[in-house]
Ligand binder design. Structure first.
Ligand code: TIU
Length: 211
């Protein structure tokens, strides 16, 4: 497969779909749906619900093209001691593995052959097999979607950049409870000549992948 180019900021992002993975970060009920961890913290979950449809569009394209798809889930052992994690909610114990709230939202549920990475922290590389999985498959570039933009998405992009992966973050496929953090987190990634990575959107990503 040939090198593709995607319109992006601060400049065009080049990648080969054969060595690129779609990474969908923590699109879990606990962050996205009413009654979960995010809402228990007092947040409005609607900006996160808005990213489900564009994430689905990216999953459909990646699946059609046979690209590697990685889903991540944040989850903790019960009783980890953080405020509200492990507390009882309408979808079970908040952000605890095995509980209903820990599941990926049904619209974006993994299909056979896709990788699900369970992570204990914010970044998807810390204390997980993700780096080995990507290197074993020759992956060099990551198209990043998911929530939240300034927390798990940002941390993962920084970790990936330090490990030599080139990341593009799709702005309509990532969400934050805080509009000011959404903007700042994306600005920080693309500042200083793509210091951590590139920023684009699902429309430009689909054009690049389908061409
Ligand atoms: N997945 C992720 O971003 N975890 C968080 O705890 N995010 C918040 O914004 N709280």
């Amino acid at each position: 497969m040939a090198q593709r180019s995607m319109q992006a900021e601060p400049y065009e992002y080049t990648f080969d779909p054969k060595t690129t993975a779609l990474v969908v970060i923590d699109m879990q009920r606990d962050f996205v749906e009413p009654g979960g961890f995010g809402e228990a913290l007092g947040n409005d979950v609607s900006p996160l619900q808005a990213v489900i449809a564009p994430c689905r569009r990216m999953l459909d394209v990646a699946r059609t093209m046979g690209m590697l798809v990685i889903h991540t889930r944040e989850g903790h052992a019960p009783g980890r001691g953080k405020i509200t994690i492990g507390d009882e909610g309408p979808m079970g114990r908040l952000l605890v593995r095995g509980q209903r709230g820990h599941e990926i939202v049904p619209e974006l549920a993994p299909v056979a052959g896709e990788v699900v990475v369970d992570k204990p922290g914010k970044g998807a590389f810390f204390a997980t097999d993700l780096d080995h999985i990507l290197r074993n498959r020759g992956i060099k570039s990551l198209i990043v979607c998911g929530v939240t933009t300034e927390v798990c998405v940002n941390t993962t992009v920084r970790e990936a950049n330090d490990r030599g992966y080139e990341c593009v973050v799709l702005q309509d496929c990532v969400g934050s409870y805080f509009p000011q953090f959404q903007k700042a987190a994306l600005d920080m990634i693309k500042a200083q000549g793509a210091i951590f990575g590139w920023v684009s959107d699902s429309t430009r990503a689909v054009i690049a992948l389908r061409n």
